[in-house]
Design a protein around this ligand. Structure first.
Ligand code: AMP
Ligand code: MN
Ligand code: MN
Ligand code: MN
Length: 289
């Protein structure tokens, strides 16, 4: 049981780092990467971490820009003390705060006030649109987070903002220099056609990227197979992760991930030559999911 993509309340997850760990243990997860958006705060809070059945891997999910779209890069197994990575994350957190302030001003103009006061009370380090969606639901402006995105925060919503996220090459280069492996997160959520996805994987591989998240949460089996094929074609490794945010989404629970398709099972990221080198030595490594 391996899960290499999960969130705590240091970004837009619902659980504290401690509660996330407890849930992972109770679900029988053996290797877990906490990958908050542009934050490694949870890892610093949990350190030093040791448990007989659960190995905690360093992780982060970095927002990047590529051809005008937002692409998420998951980094794992890097050195948490690396200063270049810490500065990159710090920069992205500032961009997130500035965007939230911009959104607060835009909401003010429509008569919705109090956003920054609300956000400042949260335990998170990385402010995201998800927090703003929750604010809009809690204050009764919309009936659901989905509505908050469609009406206000999403691509066609009333509030338009753009963050100059770092480039993919910077995210990948920084993760690599910190000793980690980088993974393209949830590739089918970007609405890229096959040609564009191929180009993304090729550029990512050229930049020194390692793997593609092939299996995640409720990905359709046909898409899973297609992603496995693209990954092998690009000479990349295959990763797995639930993208867990909250216990209320049962279909995205920790470890709830389909097995990798047979044609990429031997390309699983845990067979990557740098995996075992970077792995913390606190418990024996599991080697299957
Ligand atoms: P941000 O980090 O601010 O760019 O926001 C991205 C995060 O918002 C994603 O990781 C999701 O957790 C969440 N999100 C994005 N789009 C939606 C949506 N349509 N409905 C619910 N949550 C969403
Ligand atoms: Mn999120
Ligand atoms: Mn993501
Ligand atoms: Mn995520």
């Amino acid at each position: 049981m391996i899960d290499l993509h999960s969130h705590t309340w240091l970004s837009d997850g619902e659980l504290s780092p401690q509660k996330l760990i407890e849930r992972a243990i109770s679900l029988g997860i053996q290797q877990l990467a906490i990958t908050d958006h542009d934050s490694v705060g949870a890892h610093h809070m949990l350190a030093p971490f040791e448990h007989e059945s659960l190995q905690l891997l360093s992780g982060v999910e970095i927002s990047t820009q590529w051809e005008g779209k937002e692409v998420h890069i998951v980094g794992i197994l890097f050195d948490l003390e690396n200063q270049d990575l810490a500065s990159l994350l710090q920069r992205q957190q500032v961009l997130r705060r500035e965007r939230a302030e911009d959104i607060a001003l835009q909401l003010d103009k429509t008569g919705i006030t109090g956003l920054m006061g609300y956000l400042n009370e949260l335990p998170c380090e990385s402010l995201g649109r998800s927090h703003i969606a929750t604010f809009l639901v809690e204050r009764g402006y919309v009936g659901s987070k989905q509505m908050a995105f469609s009406k206000y925060l999403g691509k066609r919503g009333r509030i338009q903002t753009r963050i100059p996220w770092c480039e993919i090459s910077e995210a990948v280069g920084t993760i690599r220099a910190a000793g980690g492996l980088s993974i393209i997160a949830h590739p089918d959520r970007y609405d890229f056609n096959r040609v564009k996805l191929r180009r993304l994987l090729a550029e990512f591989a050229d930049a020194g990227g390692d793997a593609v998240e092939v299996s995640y949460s409720n990905l359709h089996p046909e898409k899973l197979q297609a992603l496995a094929d693209r990954t092998i074609e690009a000479g990349l490794w295959a990763s797995v992760g639930s993208d867990f945010h909250t216990p209320s989404n049962a279909w995205m629970d920790l470890g709830r991930i389909r097995q990798l398709p047979a044609n990429c099972a031997s390309r699983a990221i845990w067979y990557h030559p740098r995996w075992s080198v970077a792995l913390p030595a606190n418990v024996p490594a599991a080697n299957n999911n």
